[in-house]
Write a protein that binds this ligand. Structure first.
Ligand code: COA
Ligand code: ZN
Length: 348
């Protein structure tokens, strides 16, 4: 981790995490990180059972009150490709927006962009893959065709004055073709930033193939080449490296992270894809380390506890069952998993 700043006077207050931990280079020193909640899109897109529209809206409305900076509400994709999000319009139109929260939508092509703009998305999150094989499986286009489609979408969005971001799937490896596409990530970023003029980029680790040194190198190089870019990192915890990758990205300068409540998620067209990094788990860890995510952990936990009823199965996130670090338990043998009752403790 890079050395902390020398001027203690510049350290914002309050800072979480105390004592000797303050003096380590790993301490966040109150640095602000933006959490982008992608659960309603990435989390729900792979669910076998359709989550009713009203329940999706209730989930997003609750997430709107947790302090996350952005919520990816849904995807305006073919309802045949992703039946779970076939209700994109009523969801986008039905949510209660909170000031300061950006409500984005995933868009693969011009048709999706028209639908998303019409439904009132604040931001279009365009998607293509760094991997030819994954792009063909997911979007039924070559990467070149996808790039052409993104160009058309960017032009339309500019006319409509709707901001765009671009998410590049399989930026850290592809389960079908390995690292071939990942090697082309800087070229794609150059085309997005320098050719299309898009400053908001998300590098996605679609199937949890990223590892910390790789993340550090790519994040650092991207931010160095385009310091003006708003770079987001999107990790899946498929191989247990999610939090390590986040810390590597932060150390390389990242300040924006995608995550999904409960650790739900995964691309239905990427073999072996499993959940995103879990929002409440990473918010807890980052707060302990002295970062400011702006999120209310108790509020996130209370929404996360409702997930099993919503999706009909347990979820990968660990904090709801383990409890926060200082959610203490009575002594005894083999205590059952922590029930997740709200704690009176202030620290996460
Ligand atoms: N929204 C709704 N319908 C769409 C659409 C969109 N954005 N884009 C295309 N369609 C419809 C067409 O109107 C056509 O409908 P019809 O058969 O009733 O005439 C049908 O889908 C096929 O259109 P086509 O252009 O041939 O698309 P395709 O079958 O080659 O599929 C995508 C291309 C991009 C639409 C599709 O692969 C897709 O939606 N993928 C998204 C996958 C995803 O979300 N993955 C997870 C996130 S990374
Ligand atoms: Zn994802």
């Amino acid at each position: 981790m890079s050395a902390p700043g020398r001027s203690q006077a510049l350290v914002p207050e309050p800072v979480r995490g105390e004592g000797a931990a303050m003096n380590t280079a790993w301490h966040g020193r109150g640095r602000r990180l933006a959490i982008h909640e992608v659960g309603p899109r990435d989390g729900l897109q792979a669910e076998a059972a359709f989550v009713p529209t009203a329940e999706k809206i209730r989930l997003i409305d609750a997430l709107s009150l947790t302090g996350v900076a952005r919520i990816e509400v849904t995807a305006f994709v073919s309802p045949r490709a992703v039946p779970a999000l076939a209700d994109a319009e009523p969801v986008m139109r039905g949510i209660r927006r909170q000031p300061g929260v950006v409500y984005s939508a995933l868009v693969p092509n011009l048709r999706g962009a028209e639908r998303a703009i019409d439904a009132g998305a604040d931001e279009l999150n365009l998607v293509m893959s760094a991997s030819e094989s994954h792009n063909l499986a997911n979007l039924r286009m070559t990467c070149a065709q996808s790039f052409q489609a993104l160009g058309e979408v960017v032009a339309l969005a500019r006319q409509a004055r709707v901001p765009v971001s671009i998410s590049l799937s399989c930026s850290f490896g592809c389960p079908i073709e390995g690292d071939a596409g990942a090697a082309r990530v800087p070229d794609w970023c150059a085309r997005f930033v320098d050719t299309l003029g898009v400053q908001r980029l998300t590098l996605c680790d679609t199937t949890g193939m990223a590892y910390p040194t790789q993340v550090h190198a790519l994040t650092g190089a991207t931010l160095q080449r385009w310091p003006q870019a708003e770079l987001t990192l999107h990790f899946h915890n498929t191989r247990g490296m999610g939090l390590a990758n986040i810390l590597a990205a932060i150390d390389a300068g990242a300040t924006r992270l995608d995550s999904a409540l409960g650790g739900l998620g995964g691309c239905p067209y990427a073999p072996g894809a499993t959940g995103n990094v879990c929002t409440e788990d990473i918010v807890h860890a980052l707060a302990l380390m002295g970062f400011d995510t702006g999120c209310d952990l108790a509020a996130l936990l209370s929404v996360a506890r409702r997930l099993p009823a919503l999706v009909g199965h347990p979820f990968p996130g660990q904090l709801v069952s383990a409890g926060r670090r200082l959610d203490l338990r009575p002594a005894g043998r083999a205590a059952p998993p922590f029930a997740g009752s709200p704690s009176t403790q202030e620290t996460p």
